[in-house]
Design a protein around this ligand. Sequence first.
Ligand SMILES: *[C@@H]1O[C@H](CO)[C@@H](O)[C@H](O)[C@H]1NC(C)=O
Ligand SMILES: *[C@@H]1O[C@H](CO)[C@@H](O)[C@H](O)[C@H]1NC(C)=O
Ligand SMILES: *[C@@H]1O[C@H](CO)[C@@H](O)[C@H](O)[C@H]1NC(C)=O
Ligand SMILES: *[C@@H]1O[C@H](CO)[C@@H](O)[C@H](O)[C@H]1NC(C)=O
Length: 345
Amino acid sequence: MSNITMKIITSITVLSLIGFVLGAPTSNDEDDEKFLITKSMFPKEFIKYKAEHEIVNLLLPINSLNFDENESSESSSEESESELLLFFVEADVDSNGDRVDQGLYVLKEDKATKLLDHGRDAAASGDDSKLVFFGAKDGIYVYNKDNNSADKYGTVDDSIIAIAKEKTGDVIYILTENHEVFNVSNGGTTKEKLDDVVNAKEIVVDYSNNLYFYSDDKQAYVRSADGIKKIEGLPENPSSVKLIKPPFILEDGVPFIVDNVAYIIYANGTSEHSGIEFKPKAKPSAYAPEAAMIQYYAYDKNIYEYNVLTIILGTILDELKNYLNKNSEDIQSLSTKSRKYRQRA
Ligand SMILES: *[C@@H]1O[C@H](CO)[C@@H](O)[C@H](O)[C@H]1NC(C)=O
Ligand SMILES: *[C@@H]1O[C@H](CO)[C@@H](O)[C@H](O)[C@H]1NC(C)=O
Ligand SMILES: *[C@@H]1O[C@H](CO)[C@@H](O)[C@H](O)[C@H]1NC(C)=O
Ligand SMILES: *[C@@H]1O[C@H](CO)[C@@H](O)[C@H](O)[C@H]1NC(C)=O
């Protein structure tokens, strides 16, 4: 068992950080304190990687590529974070507001390697596979961990802007440049259009395989076994929104940023305030809360690493530490959820 996995299983009592990390709603209590993310939440000590362009996507796979229960630990715990493979996408925004691809990278042992010039997004399962898929200008690629490179996957050749993966199995969802969504199966050779998902701008899939998207109206919708549902209870005319890949403790919901407020939206069509708000100039450009105990956020061309243990034991982010302590009642329910997840996975 790797040190990281050990930490995740044995250090469950500090999972309250998840409240901070747009992971889970702290609670429904009206008088609950909201946590405001400011620039001070991005201390330079937490910088994991400095990029040259804006970082527009981040993925921390939580499958066996990073969290292999069977792998014995060979390194000391201080080194273990650098064993994690993190994928990110850089882009510039031109004068028309359009994205200019600057490459899809893997960060491995603190070294970044460009895998695809025109890779736009990455997705991984939540099971014991080691696969990571990339959506690119000319189709789907799969990570080749032996050669630290990307291999073409299947027969799809669409220009893809977003990709998502079901928790298990081989079903992948792609969002194309002309805003159509397809499911792809049979090793990347069968592609079927989801006619009920119209004009999607972003897609995210939760760990129960529900697909979330929004369209020009910037309202969130969920596609589940019951068909398409509009998410209720969100602000009516937001100016910017973003869907976030969920931390594993959220089973049937995903974080959704509406202007400066982080909501959790659920497959049953409901939503709730997560307890987190951002100062306008302190919003990450990309989010990777998947592993809960170790999370990554991109801000101002840098990737920041938030290791729960480091924060709890350290002295850098005292305000965050205080917030965690105030929300300690939520630890129990979160740790139960996380144990259930590990048992099922
Ligand atoms: C871990 O080891 C067990 C027993 O050897 C095996 O059944 C299981 O498939 C392995 N799991 C992974 C993820 O390799
Ligand atoms: C890695 O690259 C080498 C040289 O291009 C190739 O021969 C080998 O098959 C690759 N390995 C895998 C696992 O793809
Ligand atoms: C893909 O989507 C089509 C259309 O909704 C559906 O009929 C099919 O079952 C889906 N395939 C998979 C593998 O999920
Ligand atoms: C919707 O789902 C969430 C998460 O599973 C649950 O907490 C909530 O009670 C549900 N609401 C309704 C109205 O079913």
